[in-house]
Structures are given as C-alpha cells and as structure tokens.
Design a protein around this ligand. Structure first.
Ligand code: BV8
Length: 224
C-alpha cells in the first residue's frame, strides 16, 4: 500500500516549535509578509536573517516527538511505499529517522547562495554574512521557500500523490498552496484521505476520515 503523508506545523507543535496560526497572525512578533517574502528580504535583509537565525537556533534546542518517531517507524516498515511531504522547515523528521522526505518549503539548516545557487548545510548565523563555501561570495539567504516563490520537488510530490492509495494530512491548517490542494489531488486519483489534527481544518475537499486530537497521540495510534 502506497502512502503519502503531508505534515505541517502541528506535528512539531508538541516539540515546542510554535505554529503559524497560534501566533495570532504575528509570527514571533513579525508580519509574515515582512519576513517570509522576497520583498520583505529586499526591504530589510537584516531583520529577515535575524528572524531565521533565531528560528534555527530554537529548533536546534528541541527534539522530535512521538509523532515524528512514529512516521520514521512507518518508513522502517514499508520503505519506498511511503513519502513524507513536509511544509515544515525544521529537521525534526530527519532527527527522528525519516529519510523518504520532501521538504517542499526548504530547510532552516540550509542556506541558499544568491550568487552561485548552491544550497549548503549552514549552521552559522547568516546575519554575520558568512562566505559561501562554493563561490566565496557573502550572498547567503535562508534556503526557505517564501510566499511567491516556487516550492521544491513539486513533480516528485505530485507523482507520489497521484499514485498513492492513502493520503494522510497531519497538523496543517490547509491555508497555503500548492500543499493545500494535495488532498483534492489525492481524492481525484482514488486515494483514501485521512486527517489527523487538533481540529478539522478548512480543507478544500472533505477528508474521508478526520480524527481530532494531538499528533503525538494520533500518529502512533494510526501507524501502529
Ligand atoms: C507558489 C516557509 C507558485 C517559510 C512557507 C500571490 C503571489 C504568489 C503566490 C500566491 C499569491 N496568492 C496566493 C499565492 C499562493 C501562496 C499561498 O498559498 N498563499 C496563501 C496565504 C493563500 N503560495 C505560495 O506563494 C507558494 N508558492 O504558489 O508558487 C506556484 C504556482 C503553481 C504551482 C506551484 C507553485 C509558496 C508558499 C510557501 C510559503 N512558505 N513556509 C517559513 O517557514 O519560514 S508557508 C508556511 O505557512 C508553512 O510552511 C506552511 O505551509 C504554512 C503554515 O501552515 P501550517 O503548517 O498548516 O501551520 P498553521 O499554523 O497554519 O496550522 C497549524 C495546524 O496544526 C492547525 O491546523 C492546528 O490545528 C494544527 N495543530 C496545532 N497543534 C497541533 C496540531 N495538530 C495536531 N497536534 C497538535 N499538537
């Protein structure tokens, strides 16, 4: 049985990573358009770099929760029949053991060189303008997909969804596209759709099976 799991901020919430909605529209005190758009970066790069440096440090100080670990167990059981598509930019899935993973919105632990296009692992604060290991230029930005930018791995993701038997959405409000449209794509190609969330999201099409609760309880129960 082929399974695609889409995760959002809700799967990392119990690890202590704040979600977007819980911030009440302000994200760590910032408007999303000021820190998660190319225009915001153009306008005030230092604020954006400081924002992402702080988030990277915060994520380094937390650990995966039972929901992340359950998905890694599922990968151990069914291997290449599973793909986890995450909207999250934290590395908690990897640290729990997941490898069959698509970070469609990029990763906090990587930088993107706007000079040569390299996407190196980068733990240094980007606010210090470290030099790119590839080209030596000091033109690194977070390797995170901002609003208005093209997400990563869309072909791989859409092919997996079209071919899957079960599509599971975990901890996402379904507010951001193209991820928010994936449940409709899965349903259109005959997959059974499942939502595990604190509360039902305003999904673009209803899920076949919607379960309310915390991801750290729901996901191990669903996997095991
Ligand atoms: C694109 C990285 C073209 C940044 C993110 C005008 C111009 C250009 C584009 C657009 C436009 N107007 C609209 C668009 C499209 C736009 C979009 O969707 N806008 C929205 C606002 C309408 N999308 C884009 O721009 C995307 N690119 O469209 O390119 C294109 C065209 C065609 C085909 C392909 C591409 C790029 C969007 C990426 C933006 N970057 N993240 C960063 O992280 O710093 S988005 C960011 O917000 C997240 O990655 C995530 O996607 C989203 C937040 O959603 P969630 O993860 O769901 O989090 P949220 O807080 O909302 O909800 C938490 C959920 O968890 C809740 O449901 C809650 O109940 C639940 N929960 C909480 N606790 C728990 C829990 N569940 C279980 N257990 C718990 N304990």
């Amino acid at each position: 049985m082929r399974i695609v799991v889409l995760t959002g901020a809700g799967i990392s919430a119990e690890s202590g990573v704040p979600t977007f909605r819980d911030a009440g529209g302000l994200w760590e005190g910032h408007r999303v358009e000021d820190v998660a758009t190319p225009e915001g970066f153009e306008r005030d790069p230092d604020t954006v770099l400081r924002f992402y440096d702080a988030r990277r440090r915060a994520v380094a100080s937390v650990i995966p929760n039972p929901a992340h670990r359950a998905l890694a167990r599922l990968e151990g059981a069914i291997g290449s029949d599973l793909l986890v598509v995450t909207q999250n930019v934290d590395d908690l899935h990897e640290r729990a053991g997941s490898r069959r993973l698509a970070h469609m919105h990029g990763e906090l632990r990587r930088a993107l060189c706007t000079s040569c296009g390299a996407r190196p692992r980068e733990d240094r604060d980007l606010l210090d303008r470290p030099a790119c290991h590839e080209c030596g230029e000091r033109m690194l930005r977070p390797d995170v997909v901002w609003f208005g930018e093209m997400p990563y791995e869309l072909d791989r993701i859409e092919q997996a969804i079209v071919a899957c038997d079960v599509f599971v959405s975990i901890g996402t409000s379904g507010a951001v596209y193209p991820a928010a449209g994936y449940v409709a794509l899965a349903a259109a190609f005959g997959a059974r759709t499942v939502e595990l969330n604190l509360e039902p999201s305003d999904a673009v099409v209803p899920f076949d099976d919607a379960r309310a609760g915390r991801a750290s309880d729901l996901v191990p129960a669903w996997v095991d």
